[in-house]
Design a protein around this ligand. Structure first.
Ligand code: GLU
Length: 284
């Protein structure tokens, strides 16, 4: 399905801590890549245990201070559970409940394997222990997983592709079923107690917000394959992707939310101006 030619982007932070320079870079990139008035904001707060209202308030304040203006309304994922449930139902033919804990997965993978265990964007590659189970047997402690082999069999072409404006020099990226199974595996569509997952929510909401260009850090590149597969299964358009570089500290380590000293709030309190931040990140 074709996407519109309007460049509509979003910044999609999770309110699990204070925003730092890496977020400022992501937000400024999304704004710069959007057509005028087409930069949106989404609060990714499906994890009720980790997300806090005070961090959400701080997101609005920090973005305001940076001089960013987003077009209303802000989409809050906690308001969207019915939409995710609906998508989960549509994915039921390619889904199964899974009761494996991390230790079970580790044990199952260790048996045939020596050395480092295979890992993908969501951690260890699931060995398929519960794949024989059916969605109508789902128990309260189960997660729901996507049966990737069955999902690939349901779509007409045997490989997926997406365009990246930043990487790849104009050649689309492509992945086939065997590569997907090896590098990513049966991902979780719905986590315990959440009724959704990062991957499912992002796909549903990018479509609901009409996002035509997804700007995000290159650390999420492999996750994008999951999103393209879900778009195909749900007949949603695949946006253009723009995986950008990550902002690192002087030692080359990625910035983290727990690193409060580099938060935008701390920089602001130390007298750093929004103009200085833009300059430092290459946006002036
Ligand atoms: N919420 C995600 C994050 O904080 C980004 C969303 C996305 O680009 O998919 O890293």
């Amino acid at each position: 399905m074709a996407v519109s030619t309007v460049r509509r982007t979003r910044f999609a932070p999770s309110p699990t801590g204070r925003l730092h320079l890496g977020h400022a870079f992501a937000a400024l990139t999304a704004e710069r890549q959007a057509d005028p008035g087409k930069f949106l904001l989404r609060i990714e707060n499906i994890d009720a245990e980790r997300c806090k209202p005070e961090f959400e308030d701080a997101i609005y304040r920090d973005l305001d201070w940076l001089g960013l203006q987003w077009t209303a309304p802000v989409l809050r994922q906690s308001d969207r559970i019915p939409a995710y449930q609906n998508a989960l139902q549509r994915l039921a033919p390619y889904s199964y409940p899974c009761r494996c804990k991390r230790g079970d997965i580790r044990a199952a993978l260790s048996a045939p394997q020596e050395g480092a265990l295979p890992a993908g964007p969501d951690g260890l590659i699931y060995p398929g222990t519960c794949r024989h189970r059916r969605v109508n047997e789902t128990g309260p402690d189960d997660v729901i997983r996507l049966d990737v082999a069955r999902a690939f069999d349901a779509i007409s072409d045997q490989s997926l592709e997406f365009q990246d404006e930043c990487l790849g020099g104009g050649t689309p990226f492509r992945i086939d079923k065997a590569q997907f199974l090896k590098r990513i595996g049966d991902i979780i569509l719905s986590r315990r107690g959440m009724g959704t997952s990062y991957h499912l929510s992002v796909v549903i909401d990018d479509a609901a917000q009409g996002i035509s260009v997804v700007t995000r850090g290159s650390d999420l590149f492999e996750s994008t394959w999951i999103h393209v597969l879900l778009q195909r299964l749900l007949s949603l358009p695949t946006p253009i992707y723009h995986h950008h570089r990550l902002i690192r500290d002087n030692s080359g380590t990625r910035l983290a939310k727990r690193d409060n000293a580099r938060s935008l709030m701390a920089l602001r309190e130390n007298g750093v101006t929004p103009e200085e931040i833009r300059t430092r990140l290459g946006f002036s």
